[in-house]
Design a protein around this ligand. Structure first.
Ligand code: JFZ
Length: 438
Protein backbone atom coordinates (compact mmCIF):
# COMPACT_ATOMS: atom_id res chain seq x y z
CA UNK A 1 0.00 0.00 0.00
CA UNK A 2 1.68 3.17 -1.21
CA UNK A 3 0.09 5.64 1.23
CA UNK A 4 2.48 4.50 3.94
CA UNK A 5 5.37 5.63 1.75
CA UNK A 6 3.68 8.65 0.15
CA UNK A 7 5.13 12.00 1.16
CA UNK A 8 2.89 14.57 -0.52
CA UNK A 9 0.50 16.31 1.87
CA UNK A 10 -2.88 18.01 1.42
CA UNK A 11 -2.95 19.44 4.95
CA UNK A 12 -0.42 19.89 7.73
CA UNK A 13 -1.45 17.39 10.39
CA UNK A 14 1.31 15.44 12.14
CA UNK A 15 1.17 11.67 12.75
CA UNK A 16 0.63 12.28 16.47
CA UNK A 17 -2.27 14.66 15.77
CA UNK A 18 -3.85 12.14 13.43
CA UNK A 19 -3.53 9.39 16.01
CA UNK A 20 -5.26 11.59 18.56
CA UNK A 21 -8.02 12.59 16.16
CA UNK A 22 -8.69 8.93 15.41
CA UNK A 23 -8.31 7.54 18.94
CA UNK A 24 -12.06 7.05 19.53
CA UNK A 25 -12.39 5.20 16.23
CA UNK A 26 -9.40 2.96 16.85
CA UNK A 27 -10.66 2.12 20.34
CA UNK A 28 -14.18 1.39 19.07
CA UNK A 29 -13.25 -1.60 16.91
CA UNK A 30 -16.82 -2.36 15.91
CA UNK A 31 -19.35 -0.38 13.90
CA UNK A 32 -22.55 -0.82 11.92
CA UNK A 33 -22.81 -0.17 8.19
CA UNK A 34 -26.33 0.50 6.90
CA UNK A 35 -27.17 0.21 3.20
CA UNK A 36 -30.65 1.54 2.66
CA UNK A 37 -32.18 3.04 -0.45
CA UNK A 38 -34.65 2.42 -3.28
CA UNK A 39 -32.86 -0.85 -4.05
CA UNK A 40 -34.23 -2.16 -0.73
CA UNK A 41 -37.59 -2.35 -2.45
CA UNK A 42 -36.23 -4.32 -5.40
CA UNK A 43 -34.77 -6.54 -2.68
CA UNK A 44 -32.23 -8.14 -4.99
CA UNK A 45 -28.92 -6.32 -4.47
CA UNK A 46 -28.03 -2.63 -4.26
CA UNK A 47 -26.48 -2.91 -7.74
CA UNK A 48 -29.79 -4.11 -9.26
CA UNK A 49 -30.05 -1.07 -11.52
CA UNK A 50 -26.69 -1.90 -12.99
CA UNK A 51 -27.01 -5.67 -12.92
CA UNK A 52 -30.27 -5.57 -14.86
CA UNK A 53 -29.34 -2.51 -16.95
CA UNK A 54 -32.44 -0.62 -15.81
CA UNK A 55 -33.14 2.87 -17.16
CA UNK A 56 -34.28 5.70 -14.89
CA UNK A 57 -37.80 5.09 -16.15
CA UNK A 58 -37.70 1.40 -15.31
CA UNK A 59 -36.29 2.21 -11.87
CA UNK A 60 -38.89 4.85 -11.11
CA UNK A 61 -41.34 2.38 -9.56
CA UNK A 62 -39.03 1.92 -6.57
CA UNK A 63 -39.16 5.65 -5.92
CA UNK A 64 -42.95 5.75 -6.30
CA UNK A 65 -43.39 2.79 -3.94
CA UNK A 66 -40.86 3.84 -1.30
CA UNK A 67 -42.80 4.02 1.97
CA UNK A 68 -40.74 3.19 5.07
CA UNK A 69 -43.67 3.09 7.46
CA UNK A 70 -41.81 1.03 10.07
CA UNK A 71 -38.64 3.14 10.10
CA UNK A 72 -37.56 3.55 13.73
CA UNK A 73 -33.91 4.61 13.91
CA UNK A 74 -33.94 4.51 17.72
CA UNK A 75 -34.58 0.79 17.44
CA UNK A 76 -31.66 0.46 14.99
CA UNK A 77 -29.40 2.43 17.30
CA UNK A 78 -30.35 0.34 20.34
CA UNK A 79 -29.60 -2.85 18.44
CA UNK A 80 -26.22 -1.54 17.31
CA UNK A 81 -25.38 -0.45 20.82
CA UNK A 82 -26.44 -3.76 22.35
CA UNK A 83 -24.14 -5.57 19.92
CA UNK A 84 -21.23 -3.47 21.16
CA UNK A 85 -21.02 -1.33 18.05
CA UNK A 86 -19.74 2.16 18.78
CA UNK A 87 -20.45 3.91 15.50
CA UNK A 88 -22.60 3.66 12.40
CA UNK A 89 -22.32 4.65 8.75
CA UNK A 90 -25.51 5.14 6.70
CA UNK A 91 -25.80 5.40 2.92
CA UNK A 92 -27.01 8.98 2.50
CA UNK A 93 -26.80 8.34 -1.27
CA UNK A 94 -25.73 5.11 -2.95
CA UNK A 95 -24.78 4.58 -6.61
CA UNK A 96 -28.46 4.75 -7.65
CA UNK A 97 -28.31 8.50 -6.81
CA UNK A 98 -31.35 8.56 -4.50
CA UNK A 99 -30.83 10.76 -1.44
CA UNK A 100 -32.19 9.80 1.97
CA UNK A 101 -31.67 13.42 3.04
CA UNK A 102 -33.37 16.68 2.13
CA UNK A 103 -31.01 18.14 -0.43
CA UNK A 104 -31.84 21.36 -2.20
CA UNK A 105 -29.86 20.23 -5.23
CA UNK A 106 -32.11 17.36 -6.31
CA UNK A 107 -35.73 16.22 -6.35
CA UNK A 108 -34.58 12.62 -6.18
CA UNK A 109 -34.83 12.43 -2.42
CA UNK A 110 -36.77 10.88 0.47
CA UNK A 111 -38.87 13.99 1.24
CA UNK A 112 -40.43 13.61 -2.21
CA UNK A 113 -41.42 9.98 -1.62
CA UNK A 114 -44.16 8.66 0.65
CA UNK A 115 -41.64 9.00 3.48
CA UNK A 116 -42.16 12.77 3.15
CA UNK A 117 -39.19 13.64 5.35
CA UNK A 118 -35.44 13.76 5.85
CA UNK A 119 -34.50 10.26 6.98
CA UNK A 120 -30.84 11.12 7.53
CA UNK A 121 -31.82 13.71 10.12
CA UNK A 122 -33.76 11.09 12.10
CA UNK A 123 -30.89 8.63 11.87
CA UNK A 124 -28.38 11.19 13.13
CA UNK A 125 -30.57 12.25 16.05
CA UNK A 126 -31.39 8.69 17.09
CA UNK A 127 -27.85 7.31 16.93
CA UNK A 128 -26.35 10.31 18.64
CA UNK A 129 -28.95 10.04 21.42
CA UNK A 130 -27.80 6.45 22.04
CA UNK A 131 -24.20 7.62 22.39
CA UNK A 132 -23.03 6.26 19.05
CA UNK A 133 -20.78 8.13 16.65
CA UNK A 134 -22.44 8.95 13.33
CA UNK A 135 -21.03 8.47 9.87
CA UNK A 136 -22.22 9.17 6.34
CA UNK A 137 -21.58 7.01 3.30
CA UNK A 138 -21.80 9.06 0.11
CA UNK A 139 -21.44 7.46 -3.33
CA UNK A 140 -19.07 9.11 -5.77
CA UNK A 141 -20.77 7.15 -8.54
CA UNK A 142 -24.20 8.41 -9.49
CA UNK A 143 -26.38 6.43 -11.89
CA UNK A 144 -29.14 9.03 -11.90
CA UNK A 145 -27.50 12.44 -12.18
CA UNK A 146 -27.80 13.88 -15.71
CA UNK A 147 -24.22 15.19 -15.72
CA UNK A 148 -22.52 12.06 -14.46
CA UNK A 149 -20.47 10.76 -17.38
CA UNK A 150 -21.28 7.11 -17.94
CA UNK A 151 -18.54 4.52 -17.87
CA UNK A 152 -18.12 0.76 -17.86
CA UNK A 153 -20.01 0.36 -14.64
CA UNK A 154 -22.98 2.55 -15.46
CA UNK A 155 -26.31 0.69 -15.90
CA UNK A 156 -26.96 2.03 -19.38
CA UNK A 157 -23.52 0.99 -20.53
CA UNK A 158 -24.35 -2.64 -19.98
CA UNK A 159 -26.44 -3.26 -23.06
CA UNK A 160 -24.05 -1.94 -25.67
CA UNK A 161 -20.46 -1.12 -24.89
CA UNK A 162 -19.49 0.28 -28.29
CA UNK A 163 -17.62 3.60 -28.40
CA UNK A 164 -20.43 5.16 -30.50
CA UNK A 165 -23.11 4.17 -28.05
CA UNK A 166 -20.99 5.53 -25.22
CA UNK A 167 -20.39 8.87 -26.95
CA UNK A 168 -24.06 9.24 -27.83
CA UNK A 169 -25.31 8.57 -24.29
CA UNK A 170 -22.78 10.95 -22.80
CA UNK A 171 -23.54 13.87 -25.11
CA UNK A 172 -24.00 17.03 -23.06
CA UNK A 173 -22.99 15.39 -19.78
CA UNK A 174 -20.52 17.46 -17.81
CA UNK A 175 -18.48 16.06 -14.92
CA UNK A 176 -17.55 19.60 -13.82
CA UNK A 177 -21.23 20.16 -13.04
CA UNK A 178 -21.45 16.81 -11.29
CA UNK A 179 -18.37 17.67 -9.19
CA UNK A 180 -20.11 20.86 -8.09
CA UNK A 181 -23.25 18.85 -7.25
CA UNK A 182 -21.19 16.53 -5.03
CA UNK A 183 -19.52 19.47 -3.32
CA UNK A 184 -22.90 21.05 -2.71
CA UNK A 185 -24.39 17.91 -1.26
CA UNK A 186 -21.39 17.06 0.87
CA UNK A 187 -21.53 20.63 2.17
CA UNK A 188 -25.17 20.09 3.11
CA UNK A 189 -24.36 16.83 4.85
CA UNK A 190 -21.48 18.36 6.78
CA UNK A 191 -23.23 21.58 7.82
CA UNK A 192 -26.87 20.70 8.51
CA UNK A 193 -26.53 17.74 10.91
CA UNK A 194 -24.07 18.84 13.59
CA UNK A 195 -20.82 17.01 14.20
CA UNK A 196 -20.31 14.16 11.75
CA UNK A 197 -17.71 11.64 12.79
CA UNK A 198 -17.02 9.64 9.60
CA UNK A 199 -17.35 10.25 5.87
CA UNK A 200 -17.24 7.08 3.79
CA UNK A 201 -16.84 8.05 0.11
CA UNK A 202 -17.24 5.25 -2.42
CA UNK A 203 -15.44 4.62 -4.78
CA UNK A 204 -12.68 5.18 -7.37
CA UNK A 205 -11.91 2.79 -10.19
CA UNK A 206 -9.04 4.34 -12.14
CA UNK A 207 -8.25 2.78 -15.49
CA UNK A 208 -4.66 3.64 -16.28
CA UNK A 209 -4.77 2.15 -19.76
CA UNK A 210 -7.83 4.08 -20.85
CA UNK A 211 -8.81 7.01 -18.62
CA UNK A 212 -12.06 7.46 -20.56
CA UNK A 213 -13.33 4.31 -18.89
CA UNK A 214 -12.29 4.53 -15.24
CA UNK A 215 -12.77 7.29 -12.69
CA UNK A 216 -10.30 8.55 -10.14
CA UNK A 217 -9.10 11.48 -8.07
CA UNK A 218 -9.34 14.10 -10.83
CA UNK A 219 -12.87 13.09 -11.81
CA UNK A 220 -14.04 13.75 -8.24
CA UNK A 221 -11.88 16.84 -7.70
CA UNK A 222 -10.62 14.79 -4.79
CA UNK A 223 -7.88 17.05 -3.40
CA UNK A 224 -10.21 20.04 -3.26
CA UNK A 225 -12.95 17.85 -1.84
CA UNK A 226 -10.75 16.69 1.04
CA UNK A 227 -9.82 20.30 1.78
CA UNK A 228 -13.50 21.23 1.86
CA UNK A 229 -14.44 18.29 4.09
CA UNK A 230 -11.66 19.02 6.59
CA UNK A 231 -12.59 22.69 6.67
CA UNK A 232 -16.25 21.91 7.39
CA UNK A 233 -15.59 19.10 9.88
CA UNK A 234 -12.02 19.24 11.21
CA UNK A 235 -12.39 16.11 13.34
CA UNK A 236 -13.96 13.89 10.69
CA UNK A 237 -12.47 10.55 9.64
CA UNK A 238 -12.36 9.81 5.88
CA UNK A 239 -11.98 6.43 4.14
CA UNK A 240 -9.49 5.72 1.36
CA UNK A 241 -11.60 5.43 -1.77
CA UNK A 242 -10.86 8.81 -3.35
CA UNK A 243 -7.79 7.46 -5.15
CA UNK A 244 -5.42 9.80 -3.27
CA UNK A 245 -2.72 7.23 -2.53
CA UNK A 246 0.02 9.63 -3.53
CA UNK A 247 -0.85 11.86 -0.58
CA UNK A 248 0.16 10.85 2.92
CA UNK A 249 -3.05 12.41 4.30
CA UNK A 250 -5.35 11.58 1.37
CA UNK A 251 -7.15 9.04 3.57
CA UNK A 252 -7.47 8.14 7.23
CA UNK A 253 -8.01 4.40 6.96
CA UNK A 254 -7.88 1.47 4.57
CA UNK A 255 -11.03 -0.46 3.65
CA UNK A 256 -10.39 -4.15 2.91
CA UNK A 257 -13.79 -5.28 1.67
CA UNK A 258 -15.29 -8.74 2.12
CA UNK A 259 -11.85 -10.29 2.61
CA UNK A 260 -11.36 -13.58 4.44
CA UNK A 261 -9.95 -13.63 7.97
CA UNK A 262 -6.64 -15.06 6.72
CA UNK A 263 -5.99 -11.93 4.68
CA UNK A 264 -6.32 -9.58 7.63
CA UNK A 265 -2.90 -10.29 9.07
CA UNK A 266 -1.17 -8.31 6.35
CA UNK A 267 -2.86 -5.08 7.54
CA UNK A 268 -1.15 -5.21 10.95
CA UNK A 269 0.39 -1.86 11.75
CA UNK A 270 -1.87 -0.04 9.27
CA UNK A 271 -5.04 1.86 10.18
CA UNK A 272 -7.93 -0.12 8.74
CA UNK A 273 -11.53 -1.23 8.88
CA UNK A 274 -12.83 -4.27 7.08
CA UNK A 275 -16.40 -3.94 5.81
CA UNK A 276 -18.45 -7.11 5.72
CA UNK A 277 -21.99 -8.24 5.01
CA UNK A 278 -24.17 -10.78 6.80
CA UNK A 279 -25.01 -12.33 3.43
CA UNK A 280 -23.69 -11.64 -0.05
CA UNK A 281 -25.38 -8.30 -0.66
CA UNK A 282 -25.16 -4.89 1.05
CA UNK A 283 -28.69 -3.87 0.22
CA UNK A 284 -31.62 -5.98 1.49
CA UNK A 285 -31.78 -9.17 -0.58
CA UNK A 286 -34.89 -11.15 0.27
CA UNK A 287 -34.02 -14.40 -1.51
CA UNK A 288 -30.33 -14.58 -0.73
CA UNK A 289 -29.87 -17.39 1.76
CA UNK A 290 -26.15 -17.79 2.35
CA UNK A 291 -25.91 -15.96 5.65
CA UNK A 292 -22.77 -16.06 7.76
CA UNK A 293 -23.00 -18.09 10.96
CA UNK A 294 -22.57 -16.66 14.44
CA UNK A 295 -19.14 -18.27 14.58
CA UNK A 296 -18.08 -16.73 11.27
CA UNK A 297 -19.17 -13.28 12.46
CA UNK A 298 -17.29 -13.66 15.73
CA UNK A 299 -14.27 -14.82 13.75
CA UNK A 300 -14.40 -11.65 11.62
CA UNK A 301 -14.72 -9.40 14.66
CA UNK A 302 -12.09 -11.09 16.81
CA UNK A 303 -9.63 -11.61 13.96
CA UNK A 304 -9.95 -7.94 13.02
CA UNK A 305 -9.02 -6.84 16.54
CA UNK A 306 -6.34 -9.55 16.75
CA UNK A 307 -4.72 -7.81 13.78
CA UNK A 308 -5.22 -4.25 14.98
CA UNK A 309 -8.23 -3.26 12.86
CA UNK A 310 -11.94 -2.48 12.96
CA UNK A 311 -14.94 -4.37 11.66
CA UNK A 312 -17.93 -2.53 10.21
CA UNK A 313 -20.72 -5.04 9.81
CA UNK A 314 -23.51 -4.26 7.39
CA UNK A 315 -27.27 -4.39 7.78
CA UNK A 316 -29.55 -3.89 4.79
CA UNK A 317 -32.91 -2.76 6.16
CA UNK A 318 -36.10 -3.59 4.25
CA UNK A 319 -37.97 -0.99 2.23
CA UNK A 320 -40.33 -0.61 5.21
CA UNK A 321 -37.36 0.45 7.28
CA UNK A 322 -36.81 -2.58 9.48
CA UNK A 323 -33.93 -4.99 9.96
CA UNK A 324 -35.03 -8.35 8.65
CA UNK A 325 -35.31 -11.29 11.05
CA UNK A 326 -32.02 -12.84 9.94
CA UNK A 327 -30.16 -9.62 10.71
CA UNK A 328 -31.94 -9.34 14.05
CA UNK A 329 -31.06 -12.92 14.97
CA UNK A 330 -27.42 -12.37 14.06
CA UNK A 331 -27.29 -9.13 16.05
CA UNK A 332 -28.97 -10.78 19.04
CA UNK A 333 -26.32 -13.50 19.11
CA UNK A 334 -23.56 -10.92 18.87
CA UNK A 335 -25.20 -8.95 21.68
CA UNK A 336 -25.22 -12.02 23.90
CA UNK A 337 -21.52 -12.61 23.25
CA UNK A 338 -20.50 -8.98 23.50
CA UNK A 339 -22.41 -8.42 26.73
CA UNK A 340 -20.03 -10.84 28.43
CA UNK A 341 -16.90 -10.45 26.35
CA UNK A 342 -16.69 -6.95 24.84
CA UNK A 343 -13.73 -6.07 27.08
CA UNK A 344 -11.51 -8.24 24.86
CA UNK A 345 -12.66 -6.19 21.82
CA UNK A 346 -12.97 -2.51 22.74
CA UNK A 347 -9.68 -0.68 23.29
CA UNK A 348 -7.77 -3.80 22.27
CA UNK A 349 -5.30 -4.62 19.54
CA UNK A 350 -2.88 -7.39 18.54
CA UNK A 351 -0.79 -9.03 21.24
CA UNK A 352 2.93 -8.40 21.68
CA UNK A 353 4.62 -10.72 19.19
CA UNK A 354 6.44 -12.74 21.82
CA UNK A 355 3.23 -14.42 22.94
CA UNK A 356 2.67 -17.63 21.02
CA UNK A 357 -0.87 -18.10 19.71
CA UNK A 358 -2.42 -21.46 20.65
CA UNK A 359 -3.40 -23.44 17.55
CA UNK A 360 -6.64 -22.10 16.03
CA UNK A 361 -7.12 -19.42 18.71
CA UNK A 362 -6.74 -15.60 18.56
CA UNK A 363 -5.08 -13.20 20.95
CA UNK A 364 -6.07 -9.62 21.66
CA UNK A 365 -4.40 -7.26 24.06
CA UNK A 366 -5.22 -4.15 26.06
CA UNK A 367 -1.97 -2.22 26.53
CA UNK A 368 -3.42 0.06 29.23
CA UNK A 369 -4.73 -2.66 31.53
CA UNK A 370 -2.03 -5.17 30.52
CA UNK A 371 -4.55 -7.92 29.93
CA UNK A 372 -4.07 -10.55 27.29
CA UNK A 373 -7.15 -12.32 25.92
CA UNK A 374 -7.12 -15.83 24.50
CA UNK A 375 -10.16 -16.42 22.30
CA UNK A 376 -10.82 -20.14 22.43
CA UNK A 377 -11.97 -21.01 18.92
CA UNK A 378 -10.41 -24.37 19.59
CA UNK A 379 -11.71 -25.37 23.02
CA UNK A 380 -9.65 -28.35 24.23
CA UNK A 381 -11.78 -31.45 24.79
CA UNK A 382 -9.68 -32.52 27.80
CA UNK A 383 -9.69 -28.97 29.21
CA UNK A 384 -5.90 -28.70 29.05
CA UNK A 385 -4.56 -25.53 27.45
CA UNK A 386 -0.79 -25.20 27.29
CA UNK A 387 0.55 -21.69 26.75
CA UNK A 388 4.18 -22.02 25.71
CA UNK A 389 6.56 -19.50 27.30
CA UNK A 390 3.81 -17.78 29.30
CA UNK A 391 4.57 -19.09 32.82
CA UNK A 392 6.72 -16.29 34.24
CA UNK A 393 4.67 -13.52 32.62
CA UNK A 394 1.16 -14.32 33.84
CA UNK A 395 -0.13 -13.29 37.30
CA UNK A 396 -3.73 -14.46 37.18
CA UNK A 397 -6.05 -16.38 34.88
CA UNK A 398 -9.84 -16.15 34.68
CA UNK A 399 -12.71 -16.44 32.24
CA UNK A 400 -13.76 -13.05 30.99
CA UNK A 401 -17.47 -13.86 30.87
CA UNK A 402 -17.92 -14.54 34.61
CA UNK A 403 -14.53 -13.68 36.17
CA UNK A 404 -14.22 -17.21 37.49
CA UNK A 405 -10.68 -18.22 38.40
CA UNK A 406 -8.98 -20.78 36.19
CA UNK A 407 -6.39 -23.07 37.79
CA UNK A 408 -2.94 -22.90 36.21
CA UNK A 409 0.64 -23.89 36.92
CA UNK A 410 4.00 -24.14 35.19
CA UNK A 411 4.38 -27.35 33.23
CA UNK A 412 6.32 -30.11 34.94
CA UNK A 413 8.07 -30.79 31.65
CA UNK A 414 9.07 -27.20 30.85
CA UNK A 415 8.63 -24.61 33.62
CA UNK A 416 8.38 -21.81 31.04
CA UNK A 417 5.11 -23.22 29.77
CA UNK A 418 1.86 -22.47 31.57
CA UNK A 419 -0.66 -25.27 31.85
CA UNK A 420 -4.19 -23.94 32.24
CA UNK A 421 -6.91 -26.31 33.42
CA UNK A 422 -10.23 -25.33 31.85
CA UNK A 423 -13.50 -26.95 32.81
CA UNK A 424 -14.35 -29.82 30.46
CA UNK A 425 -17.72 -28.21 29.88
CA UNK A 426 -17.26 -25.22 27.62
CA UNK A 427 -18.87 -22.01 28.92
CA UNK A 428 -22.04 -21.08 27.01
CA UNK A 429 -20.33 -18.84 24.47
CA UNK A 430 -19.42 -19.90 20.96
CA UNK A 431 -15.93 -18.54 21.58
CA UNK A 432 -15.07 -18.33 25.30
CA UNK A 433 -12.40 -15.83 26.33
CA UNK A 434 -9.63 -16.43 28.88
CA UNK A 435 -8.24 -13.29 30.46
CA UNK A 436 -4.59 -13.31 31.50
CA UNK A 437 -3.30 -10.56 33.79
CA UNK A 438 0.29 -9.84 32.87
C1 JFZ B 1 -18.74 -0.66 -3.00
C2 JFZ B 1 -20.17 -0.56 -3.49
O1 JFZ B 1 -20.22 -0.72 -4.87
C3 JFZ B 1 -21.03 -1.58 -2.80
O2 JFZ B 1 -22.35 -1.49 -3.23
C4 JFZ B 1 -20.97 -1.33 -1.31
O3 JFZ B 1 -21.49 -0.05 -1.01
C5 JFZ B 1 -19.53 -1.45 -0.84
C6 JFZ B 1 -19.36 -1.11 0.62
O4 JFZ B 1 -18.67 -0.60 -1.60
O5 JFZ B 1 -18.18 -1.81 -3.56
C7 JFZ B 1 -16.85 -1.88 -3.77
C8 JFZ B 1 -16.03 -0.79 -3.80
C9 JFZ B 1 -14.65 -0.93 -3.96
C10 JFZ B 1 -14.13 -2.18 -4.12
C11 JFZ B 1 -14.93 -3.30 -4.11
C12 JFZ B 1 -16.30 -3.13 -3.94
N1 JFZ B 1 -12.77 -2.33 -4.27
O6 JFZ B 1 -12.02 -1.34 -4.27
O7 JFZ B 1 -12.28 -3.48 -4.34
Amino acid sequence: FSATRAQKMIGTETDAQKQQRMAWWTDSRFGMFIHWGLYSGAARHEWVKHNEALSNEQYQKYFDQFNPDLFDPTKWAKEAKAAGMKYAVLTTKHHEGFCLFDSKYTDYKAPNTLAKRDLVKEYVDAFRAQGLKVGFYYSLLDWHHPDYVMDDIHPLMQKDKSKEHYAELNKGRDMAKYRQYMRNQITELLTKYGKIDILWLDFSFPNKKDPSHGKGADDWGAVELVKLIRKLQPGIIIDNRLNLEEYKDGADFETPEQVGTKELEKYRGHTWETCQTFSGSWGYYRDENTWKTHRQLLDLLITSVANGGNLILNVGPTARGEFDYRANNALDSLSYWMHANNISIHNCTYAPSNFAVPEGDRLTYNAKTKKLYVHLFNYPADGVLTLPGYASRVKYVQFLNDHSEIANKPSSGNSEDLVVTLPKKKPPYEVPVVELSL
